[in-house]
Design a protein around this ligand. Sequence first.
Ligand code: HEC
Length: 458
Amino acid sequence: MAGRFHGVDPRTVERLLVLGQAASVAGLRIGRTNFFLIMVAARLCAGVTFDDAAPILRARCQSCHSPGEVAPMPLRTYEEARPWAKAIRESVRLRRMPPWHADPAASHEFEDERRLSEREIATLAAWAEEGAKPGAASGKTTSPVPPRAWKLGEPDFVARIPEYKVAPSGAMAYTFLIVPTGFARDTWIRAVEFRIDQRAVVHHINVYARAPQSSYLRSYPKGELFVPTKTDRPAPLDRESIFDAQQFLAGYEPGYVPSPWGLGRGKLIKAGSDIIVQVHYTANGKETIDSSEAALYAAATPPAERMISLEVKNSALRIPPGDPYYLSEASVEVARPLKIVSLQPHMHLRGKAMDIRVRYPGGGTDSLLSVPRYDFNWQTIYRLRDPVTLPAGAKIETVAHFDNSANNPHNPDPSKTVGWGEQTWDEMHIGFIELAVPADTDPDTLIVGLRKHRKEQP
Ligand code: HEC
């Protein structure tokens, strides 16, 4: 409500609305013009200063708008925020900032939703419109986050990627590093955190665990960076546990915030496992040396639930040139009861929208997440506020749309037929789904036909 009256302290607006309501209840009518005049008067007296804006910036913006974080400029002090006042007003009104792409009308509720309230938007807009005045607290640095610190505290294990020189231009193949954990016994971890050295050239990092006998990247040396060839990324051996061979732990992508899986939940790393780090560098116009890190945090006690990552994807997509709304669908059927904890749509530059939903065995569907305007720059992990429990026989479906037309400003080449591939000018359609299952569950038994799915992976 208050959002309509830009330029007025929302508290004043609220008080006026209450007055107005009281007046009309009392049988009085305040005409539109009078009301407008009252608003103008209120505007003259109301003083929105940086003291009103600062708490919002602190709570809603500084996790990214601080030195060393993902956003280009810090917004911690009056001096830092002042030059951006107009841009702040525009970006919050249009809901470009904070970046958040789930449609609340067709999605469940998520943890840490980056959606401002109408009142927060009105306050920031009013601050800008009233000349971005300082306040009593201006000048003080309010950011609690010192740059480059581990947000989750001192880690138990760090995989440091050796310095890598990223060339100024050209396509980059995925680069790998194998780091032995030296874990003498099975170890539960509660979180993974990334510390990115040069954000401009790190497109993404994924970390996996592989158990001692794993066939995955078997022929490669440990402790040095290498680029495997396609044929050296073999399908799992016939009797090999799929999740032992290669278990996804966590990923860094633009928009990443470290998020532990939660109390009583963890991922299991078997004794003697290696950590595999997969880095996708991207050229950024000038030669850049990066040395990023991935850290593991051990759980103090064995958790009750094991976290498992599932990919619901369609690797057979083929998008015709110019197609503005190509449909791609994928689904898996769950073989035993499980809980869905989080969701992460993944596409590349032609990705337009993704829906992730559940189809129940008795009929009926439930839309978990709808991202109507997908933005490749924001690989958000949507963590369900209330995990969703599925019975055996339920299906998890991901529905993706792609825009390969010239109207897509991110489209690198509308004249190409686009298929599955690693590079951003190729495409992907994956819904990454994090599941929680009782800690002793064999993850290979969770999905109907899982082995077949894996074998078909490109
Ligand atoms: C999750 C990280 C994140 C959060 C939270 C965030 N920003 Fe940003 N912001 C960015 C990044 C990254 C950019 C630069 C790239 C872009 O524009 O997307 C940016 C750019 C901007 C810009 C300049 C471009 C534009 O859109 O006008 C403004 C202004 C801005 N942010 C304001 C804010 C404000 C105000 C908040 C809090 C209410 C906020 N941001 C919260 C990451 C964030």
